[in-house]
Design a protein around this ligand. Structure first.
Ligand code: FNR
Length: 379
């Protein structure tokens, strides 16, 4: 309404309201190494393309003569209510998306502005405590790339719990970085050029492993971090992970129903169905096509979803297919790149507004109604 009404007086929104135009604007504005990092995926990016295109295979059927003049988009997760079913998926080194290099703080401000929770990456450019301060009362989650050193892992998790994050999201598919030609062709970790991983560098357990503090020798600290990155987790590690915290452990990267069942048996607080936005393994199926079986296998355990969500319609489809909460990655990164916190806020508000309008028109006043309506495979 805000945008339509402003349009009556000739005011055009500062940023686009659809993904394709947003991405094109961001691509024109971002430095090439940052664009490659954010936009790129694995191999020839087939899986990444499939992720978004596959939403087109699913169709929804509206209901009429239902009063949907007011909608409730809130959900319950980890024992508390969230005003929206959307969340910001973890994005590492988000700092490079904004000119001031504090992209994580900008994302936190967008979270406060919209009520959309931020899942903060281990690879945040600002220490997790600083991001938590910016979040204030707004709940967020902390994503863990499990380091090989158990003390550093424990320290990261305990810091996150102390700082007030509500869940630990353990990413399972990234103990090694996938084959990403756009990053590889620039011959380095382009995202690390000149940037400091303050979250790691401020970690007391990590600092103990270094002969010199990162402030004195940042290159050596980055080398140490590279060696530490990426513990291979197996089901046998679940008791250890759970022993580190009272917070729910969310397993990110689960796409197979058998893995979902194992996760339930192992006591996961939630299952996070995702193929990392097609950045880790190419040749895979679209994540949205795998979601229904994962949801079935998860039973009463909530399933979070991301990969390929580009519009409010996609958000509603993922909810209709059983996701409890739906994450976006690249869309908000483009928002950050174009206009910092305001840009990410705009992107999230557009996604929510489109989802809300769709629910209104389709006669679905609540997420429960969306879920009951479901979505049908049309091709
Ligand atoms: C990611 N993703 C990611 N995941 C994670 O668990 N930890 C991380 O640090 C990162 N970093 C990261 C950087 C960038 C630039 C992107 C685009 C993605 C994956 C992310 O959480 C999510 O799974 C995907 O982004 C979802 O797909 P879409 O929405 O980008 O298609």
């Amino acid at each position: 309404n805000e945008i339509y009404l402003a349009g009556l007086s000739g005011v055009v929104p500062k940023l686009p309201t659809d993904f394709a135009t947003l991405e094109a604007r961001a691509a024109a504005a971002m430095p090439p190494h940052v664009l490659n990092y954010v936009q790129g995926g694995c191999g020839d990016e087939l899986t990444q393309r499939r992720n978004s295109e596959a939403f087109g295979h699913w169709g929804m059927v509206p209901r009429m003569m239902v009063d949907s003049t007011s909608r409730d988009l809130s959900i319950e997760l980890f024992g508390q209510r969230y005003p929206t079913p959307l969340f910001m998926a973890p994005i590492g080194v988000t700092g490079i998306c904004t000119q001031d290099q504090h992209g994580d703080l900008a994302a936190a401000r967008a979270s406060v502005a919209t009520g959309v929770p931020l899942c903060l990456s281990t690879l945040t450019n600002d220490p997790l405590e600083t991001v938590a301060q910016t979040l204030g009362d707004q709940p967020g989650f902390f994503q863990l790339y499990t380091p090989r050193d158990a003390d550093v892992a424990a320290s990261l998790v305990q810091r996150a719990e102390k700082a007030g994050y509500r869940a630990i999201v353990v990413t399972l598919d990234t103990w090694v970085t996938g084959w990403r030609p756009r990053d590889l062709n620039t011959a380095s970790f382009p995202q690390l050029r000149g940037h400091v991983l303050s979250n790691y560098f401020s970690d007391p357990a990590f600092r103990k492993l270094l002969p010199q503090p990162p402030e004195v020798d940042p290159a050596a600290a980055i080398r140490a971090w590279t060696k530490l990155f990426g513990r291979v987790l197996t089901w046998a590690d679940m008791p250890w992970l759970k022993s580190l915290t009272k917070l729910p452990i969310v397993l990110k990267g689960i796409c197979h129903p058998d893995d979902a069942r194992r996760a339930v048996d192992a006591g996961a607080g939630a299952i996070y169905c995702s193929n990392h936005g097609g950045r880790q393994a190419n040749g895979g199926m679209a994540a949205i096509d795998l979601l229904p079986e994962v949801v079935k296998a998860a039973g009463s355990v909530p399933v979070l979803f991301d990969s390929g969500v580009r519009s409010g319609t996609d958000v509603v489809k993922a909810l209709a297919l059983g996701a409890r909460a739906v994450g976006v990655g690249r869309p908000y990164a483009y928002g950050l790149a174009l206009d910092g916190a305001a840009g990410a806020t705009h992107v999230l508000r557009c996604l929510l507004a489109e989802a809300d309008l769709l629910m209104a028109v389709n006669g679905w006043p609540s997420i429960a109604a969306v879920r009951e309506a479901g979505a049908l495979r049309v091709s």
